[in-house]
Design a protein around this ligand. Structure first.
Ligand SMILES: C[S@@+](CC[C@H](N)C(=O)[O-])C[C@H]1O[C@@H](n2cnc3c(N)ncnc32)[C@H](O)[C@@H]1O
Length: 200
C-alpha cells in the first residue's frame, strides 16, 4: 500500500512492519533515528519508510503527488492543523482510500470528522479504536462553499462511537486524563519496560 502519516511513532513501526510504501511527516528530526533504531531492534525493515522533516502544513503541499491508499492524520492537533493535513492529503488519497483520524474526540479533529460525515464524498466507517476514526473517500470534490447547517466541532466528544463504547471511552478518558490517572499509566509503562528488558 502507498501510505502517509503526519506525526511519527509506534504507528510508523506498524506501517514499516506491514511493508507499506510509507511517508512520514514530522518536525522532530530525532524521531527518525529513534524509530529506525526501534525497527532494527525489532527486526523490521524500514527501507520503504521515508521521513520528511518539518511541520506538516509546510511539508505536505510541497510533496510530489502520489496516489495514496491510506493516510493517518496524527501530527499537530491544534486548530486548524488536522484540517490543513486533510486539505493537503485529500486530493492525493485514491477514491476508495482510507483516512484515519487519531484523537478524533479533540474538537480540532472532531470538526473535520463532522464536516466529512455530512459530505457525499466521504463516508464514516466504524472507528478502529476508541480514539481513532476512519473515513472512506467516496469521490473527488470540494466540501460545500456554504454552511448548510451541519453541526461541526463542539466540546470534546466520543459521539462517533456506538453508545456503549462511547460511555466506556468517555469514562476511561476522564480517568486517565487526570494527573493521578496519568501517573498510574506512567507506573504501568515503567513496569512493562522493566519486564521487557528482563525477558528481552
Ligand atoms: C501523538 S504523536 C504521534 C503518535 C504516532 N502516530 C504513534 O502512533 O505513535 C504526535 C506526533 O506529531 C508530531 N508533530 C507535532 N507537530 C507537528 C506538525 N506541525 N506537523 C507534523 N507533525 C507534528 C510530533 O513530533 C509527534 O511525532
Amino acid at each position: 500500500m502507498a501510505t502517509l502519516e503526519t506525526g511519527a511513532g509506534s504507528s510508523t513501526i506498524v506501517f514499516a512492519a506491514a511493508g507499506a510504501d510509507h511517508e512520514v511527516v514530522t518536525p522532530d528530526p530525532a524521531e527518525e533515528g529513534r524509530i529506525r533504531a526501534a525497527c532494527d531492534a525489532l527486526g523490521i525493515s524500514h527501507a520503504r519508510v521515508r521521513f520528511h522533516i518539518g511541520p506538516s502544513h509546510e511539508v505536505l503541499p510541497s510533496l510530489p503527488e502520489r496516489p495514496l491508499d491510506l493516510a493517518l492524520v496524527d501530527g499537530a492537533h491544534g486548530f486548524p492543523y488536522p484540517i490543513l493535513d486533510w486539505w493537503a492529503i485529500a486530493p492525493r488519497l485514491k477514491v476508495g482510500g482510507k483516512l484515519l483520524l487519531d484523537d478524533a474526540y479533540m474538537p480540532p479533529v472532531l470538526v473535520l470528522l463532522d464536516a466529512l460525515g455530512a459530505s457525499d464524498h466521504w463516508e464514516l466507517a466504524p472507528a478502529i479504536s476508541y480514539r481513532t476514526a476512519v473515513v472512506h473517500k467516496r469521490g473527488d470534490g470540494l466540501l460545500p462553499f456554504d454552511w448548510e447547517g451541519t453541526r461541526v466541532g463542539g466540546a470534546m466528544s466520543f459521539r462517533y462511537l456506538p453508545p456503549p463504547q462511547r460511555a466506556v471511552a468517555a469514562f476511561r478518558h476522564r480517568i486517565f486524563s487526570t494527573r493521578a490517572g496519568l501517573g498510574l499509566v506512567g507506573i504501568a509503562r515503567r513496569r512493562d519496560g522493566l519486564r521487557w528488558r528482563k525477558t528481552g
